[in-house]
Ligand binder design. Structure first.
Ligand code: ARG
Length: 499
């Protein structure tokens, strides 16, 4: 689109010829050139074009059924809209900044092509309820797609967890070695957060399932339209209950972007772990070359750029959410032009989240966990200190006393530069005054994992079961998302079907 580049100089972009303006009736003077450039949203809201056409197909069909449009006008409108749809989808539609936004570009082009009937399409409709509708339709598809991407990432984590259900690794608190877990258990921790993200997306989809069309500019219409009909053609379960709210409401955008911000924060935590775990300091994991870059200076480098970007992108998505909240804050009812500023952050937040989900899934499914480095790491950091204290508890010692005894032992070994394994169970047993047998068992990491046999704990068999459960829950998310991806009857009609 050549005319809508933001860098076009004000004088070069002459003001709209009255013929381009669909609201120019009472206007005598041309608009200020910057007014036009800043007022125009077509550079970015053209992404709503397909949904705008679907909404118009539904609206026109309802108008015809109500006897407000003739069959001939309806047919002419549909034919014109189908032509525009194919141009839009082929990237061949010619967008004009003078025509301000996606809605007026499409309507004015229809008028250029089919003449009078185009002038009847906007009967009982305003751009205010039109844009509210378009955004809901766009968001419905986008969120459903994101739900399937979340499900795929959960599935990748579940598969990797099943493969590594019994691979011991150090668990951390404060990034200090704490207690043993398994790689599978660690991966499934992330999948839990992603399940909650998917729940938020599905929730947002349920709440946005209301058709705003028919609210007009703010106060409905005096013409005998059938709102329920339009809603059902568009695949909504119902109609909005208050015309002022319907054109002022951007809650669904905020909810989707809040889910995106939290989702991106979750991915940033995975990104950070990938950065840490692939470093030589940990060496737990190797990433595929597809996600790393070399250094132009240091020949040995493989930088985890993609993992770092997962970390970094969260900042941007959070910014998008905050930006929209600030735009909406304090706006009086009903529609205000400020709200046009909702689109760029919306698109950016959801595109970014969606891309991050895809690369995280691809990166994790191609990553290779390093058994040797993981096993070696278990030796350091007295990971089994709590298990030793638990053994003393089993012998009847109060936990606090056991804690003191083991802490003293660890402090002494640190001074000597030794590990539990180096000094061996005999000396530990003697020092703590308990049988060697119990100490030997407590210091065996595989036994230590099997002893953690309660819901939510890293017993390898439980981890395997949880991996299968995560997979099933992911499949349920996909199924729920599919329901929102079915083309509406209005879309089928626009794409050449009949009703
Ligand atoms: N481009 C506008 C937006 O996104 C469409 C609604 C304009 N309505 C109006 N009354 N100017 O907000």
């Amino acid at each position: 689109m050549s005319t809508a580049t933001p860098s076009a100089s004000p004088s070069a972009s002459a003001s709209a010829a009255p013929a381009d303006r669909l609201w120019g009736g009472g206007y005598e003077e041309a608009t200020h050139p910057l007014m036009q450039r800043m007022n125009a949203s077509v550079a970015y809201d053209q992404r709503l074009a397909v949904d705008d056409l679907i909404g118009s197909a539904a609206h026109a069909t309802m108008l015809r059924d109500q006897g407000i449009l003739t069959d001939q006008d309806h047919a002419a409108l549909l034919a014109g809209m189908r032509e525009i749809l194919s141009e839009v989808e082929a990237g061949q539609f010619s967008w004009s900044m003078a025509r301000e936004d996606v809605h007026m570009n499409i309507e004015a082009t229809l008028r250029d092509r089919i003449g009078d009937p185009a002038g009847r399409l906007h009967t009982a409709r305003s751009r205010n309820d039109q844009v509210a509708l378009d955004e809901r339709l766009w968001l419905r598809r986008k969120l459903a797609t994101i739900a399937t991407q979340l499900a795929r990432l959960i599935e990748v984590l579940a598969q990797q967890a099943a493969l590594h259900a019994d691979w011991p690794m150090p668990g951390y608190t404060h990034l200090q070695r704490a207690q043993p877990v398994t790689v599978g258990h660690h991966l499934l921790a992330h999948s839990e957060a992603l399940h909650r993200d998917a729940g938020r997306v599905l929730d947002a989809l349920r709440r946005l399932d209301v058709c705003p069309l028919g609210s007009g500019a703010l106060a409905g219409t005096t013409l005998p339209i059938d709102r329920a009909k339009t809603a059902s053609l568009l695949g909504f379960s119902g109609v909005s209950r208050n015309s002022l709210d319907a054109v002022a409401d951007r809650d669904h955008l905020v909810e989707a972007m809040a889910a995106a911000a939290l989702g991106a924060v979750h991915l940033s935590r995975i990104g950070e772990e990938l950065v840490l775990f692939t470093s030589a300091e940990f060496g737990f994991l190797r990433l595929s070359d597809a996600f790393t870059t070399g250094s132009s200076l240091m020949p040995q480098k493989k930088n985890p750029d993609m993992a770092e970007l997962l970390r970094g992108k969260a900042g941007r998505v959070i910014g998008d959410l905050v930006g929209l909240l600030v735009v909406l804050k304090g706006l009086p009812l009903a529609y205000n032009k400020d709200m046009q500023e909702d689109k760029e952050p919306l698109f950016d937040a959801l595109d970014t989240w969606s891309d991050c989900l895809v690369v995280t899934a691809d990166m994790l499914s191609a990553a290779k966990w390093q058994k040797k480095a993981l096993l070696e790491s278990l030796d350091k950091g007295f990971l089994l200190a709590t298990d030793l204290a638990d053994e003393l508890v089993r012998q009847g010692m109060p936990f606090r006393t056991a804690h003191e005894h083991v802490a003293a032992l660890v402090a002494q070994l640190v001074k000597e530069g030794k590990t539990f394994r180096k000094v061996g169970p005999a000396r530990i047993a003697a020092q703590l005054g308990v049988a060697e047998e119990g100490i030997r068992a407590a210091l065996d990491v595989r036994k230590a994992l099997k002893r953690r046999d309660l819901p939510g704990a890293p017993h390898p068999v439980r981890v395997g079961k949880e991996a299968r459960a995560a997979s099933k829950r992911a499949a349920a998310v996909v199924q729920a998302a599919q329901a929102w991806l079915q083309p509406s009857r209005a879309e089928q009609l626009l794409r050449g079907g009949s009703l």
